[in-house]
Write a protein that binds this ligand. Structure first.
Ligand code: ADP
Ligand code: MG
Length: 239
C-alpha cells in the first residue's frame, strides 16, 4: 500500500488552476523527487501534502486514510525550505530543540535528540552559535537538523540547496543522501529544478509540467524511455 496517495488532486488560487489533477503513489521509505520548470507547481504540491495549503478537490491519503482535513501537525511531516527560516535570536541548539517543545518529550530526551542530529550533520561544535555566525551551508544543515529531531515519517524538501554555492550544494546533497540511507523507512519528497540533483538522489522522479504529471519513473527509466520530448529535454537524454 502507498504511504502517501494523491488521487486527482487539484488546486486553484482564485481563477488560476495550478495543480490540474495529479495522481501519484509514494511508498514508505522512498526518495521521490519532483522536478519541473519554475512555476509548474512543485512548491504548491509540497504545501498541499504538508497541509500548509488546502486542496481544492481530490483526495490525499496517508496510510490509506484521507487526511484532507488533518492539520499539518497531525501529518507526521517535517518540511525543509530553501530559505532556512531559522530563528535569528536563538542558538543552533535552541533552533533545533524548538520544534520538539510541544511534543511532550522530557528535557533529557530533547537534548539527546539534538546532540544526535548535530553529530549526524557535523554541527556539534556550533550548538551555541547564532544563525548569523554560521555559513549558508551550516544554516541549511541546522534547518535539516530541526526537521530530524522531530522524527517525522516524511521529510519534505523544497529546493533546499538553491541558496548554496556549487561546492556546498554537492556536499549538502551527499549529506541528504546519507541521511536518507541512515533513516531507514523515512520517506523523502524532494523538490528541485536541477536535473543532477534529481538523477542522483531519487528512487523515482515525478516530472511536472504546468500542474500536470508528465511521467513518473526511476532515473534510468526516464533517461532510457522518456515518454515525451519535454521529459527527454529535462532529463537530458536524446530522443
Ligand atoms: P514552482 O515551485 O514549481 O516554481 P509554485 O508551486 O510556487 O511553482 O507556483 C505554481 C503557480 O502557482 C505559479 O504560477 C504561482 O504564481 C502560483 N501560486 C503559487 N502560490 C500562490 C498563491 N498563494 N496565490 C496565488 N498564486 C500562487
Ligand atoms: Mg517552488
Amino acid at each position: 500500500m502507498a504511504q502517501i496517495r494523491l488521487d486527482n488532486i487539484r488546486k486553484s488560487f482564485g481563477v488560476l488552476e495550478v495543480i490540474k489533477g495529479v495522481s501519484l503513489d509514494i511508498r514508505k521509505g522512498e526518495f521521490m523527487v519532483f522536478v519541473g520548470p519554475s512555476g509548474c507547481g512543485k512548491s504548491t504540491l509540497l504545501r498541499l501534502i504538508s497541509g500548509l495549503e488546502d486542496i481544492s478537490s481530490g483526495t490525499l491519503s496517508f496510510d490509506g486514510e484521507a487526511v484532507n482535513r488533518f492539520a499539518p501537525s497531525k501529518r507526521g511531516i517535517a518540511m525543509v525550505f530553501q530559505s532556512y527560516a531559522l530563528y535569528p535570536h536563538m542558538t543552533v541548539f535552541e533552533n533545533m530543540a524548538f520544534g520538539m517543545k510541544l511534543s511532550g518529550r522530557s528535557k533529557e530526551e530533547c537534548n539527546t535528540r539534538v546532540e544526535q542530529a548535530a553529530g549526524m550533520l557535523q554541527l556539534s561544535p556550533y550548538l551555541e552559535r547564532l544563525p548569523r555566525q554560521l555559513s549558508g551551508g551550516q544554516r541549511q544543515r541546522v534547518a535539516i537538523g530541526r526537521a530530524i529531531v522531530r522524527d517525522p515519517k516524511v521529510f519534505l524538501f523544497d529546493e533546499p540547496l538553491s541558496n548554496l554555492d556549487a561546492a556546498l550544494r554537492v556536499a549538502t546533497r551527499l549529506e541528504i543522501a546519507k541521511l536518507h540511507r541512515s533513516m531507514h523507512g523515512t520517506t523523502m519528497i524532494y523538490v528541485t529544478h536541477d536535473q543532477v540533483e534529481a538523477m542522483t538522489l531519487a528512487d523515482r522522479i515525478c516530472v511536472l509540467r504546468d500542474g500536470v504529471v508528465e511521467q513518473v519513473g526511476t532515473p534510468l527509466e526516464l533517461y532510457e524511455t522518456p515518454n515525451s520530448v519535454f521529459v527527454a529535454g529535462f532529463i537530458g537524454s536524446p530522443k
